[in-house]
Design a protein around this ligand. Structure first.
Ligand code: BTN
Length: 264
């Protein structure tokens, strides 16, 4: 793939930048079209949850992509986005973050960024809208229920500085572009998975509780399957492959390999 150019559409208020970017994609918008909004009135999270999006408190944006690789590789786009946000936070805010499988970016164990990727059919083929919400100021979490607010953070809360919103956006897009072009190369998926495994403390040996639509269980993480699914070993040695669900760190109980601690 030759290049990726971002065409930024700024909006004051939208329901959801993902919804707006999807509408743009359906109207034939070029790859790289990016909708950025100061406020979302119906911001969306994963699993049908809402994403609180008060005006100016977060960086809310969605990018239209038209990948040339097979659809099996599409789920890696959320990994790619999380890695890019992580790099941009390091560069722009001097903030070191972790990635909680599959794509939450955490600072000191608290959620700083969420990612929602959605695949849509358009007249120009299948498109993926990658939506990213980064909490900029404390106001992003001010109106959340207390049990959610205490698990969330913002750039301002972590650094005690007002973040440079435009610089953070630009750094994230630059980082995303580099990885997106690389993902189209031979071996691109394997390299991205390697980088992800190096960047996320959740991939190997983390004691976790997994909640899927069907069940809840605890175990220790044992790396990624080639498609990005998370391998989790149960206390009885059985291996589960997790494709979707909430994975949270738990304090260790029982066997030595579960003796890892975490601040979540
Ligand atoms: C999650 O962690 O559940 C994902 C949250 C994704 C939020 C972003 S904000 C920009 C884009 N527009 C949306 O409606 N959602 C994503």
């Amino acid at each position: 793939m030759a290049d990726l150019h971002f065409h930024i559409l700024r909006r004051d208020e939208v329901t959801s930048t993902n919804t707006e970017a999807a509408a743009q994609a359906k109207r034939g918008a070029a790859e790289g079209t990016t909708v950025v909004a100061r406020e979302q009135t119906a911001g969306r999270g994963r699993h049908g949850r809402a994403w609180a999006s008060p005006a100016g408190a977060g960086l809310y944006f969605s990018i239209v992509l038209r990948p040339r690789f097979p659809v099996e590789t599409f789920p890696l786009l959320t990994f790619l986005a999380a890695l890019s946000v992580r790099e941009a936070l390091q560069q722009g805010a001097n903030l070191t973050t972790d990635i909680k499988w599959s794509n939450d970016v955490l600072a000191n164990g608290r959620k700083l960024c969420g990612i929602l990727a959605e695949t849509i059919e358009t007249g120009r083929g299948r498109s993926v809208v990658v939506g990213i919400g980064i909490n900029l100021t404390r106001a992003a979490n001010a109106n959340l229920p207390s049990e959610i607010a205490e698990r969330a953070t913002s750039i301002e809360a972590e650094t005690n500085r007002a973040p440079d919103t435009d610089a953070q956006l630009r750094l994230t897009l630059d980082a995303l572009k580099r990885r997106y072009l690389a993902l189209h190369e031979a071996n691109g998926a394997a390299q991205l998975l390697d980088e992800y495994a190096r960047s996320s403390s959740y991939v190997f040996g983390k004691a976790v509780r997994v909640v899927t639509g069907a069940e809840t269980f605890e175990g220790a993480t044992r790396g990624l399957a080639p498609d990005g699914a998370l391998r989790v070993e149960l206390p009885n040695g059985e291996l589960r492959i997790v494709y979707a669900g909430d994975v949270n760190a738990v304090r260790a109980v029982g066997k030595p390999e579960f003796s890892l601690t975490s601040n979540l």
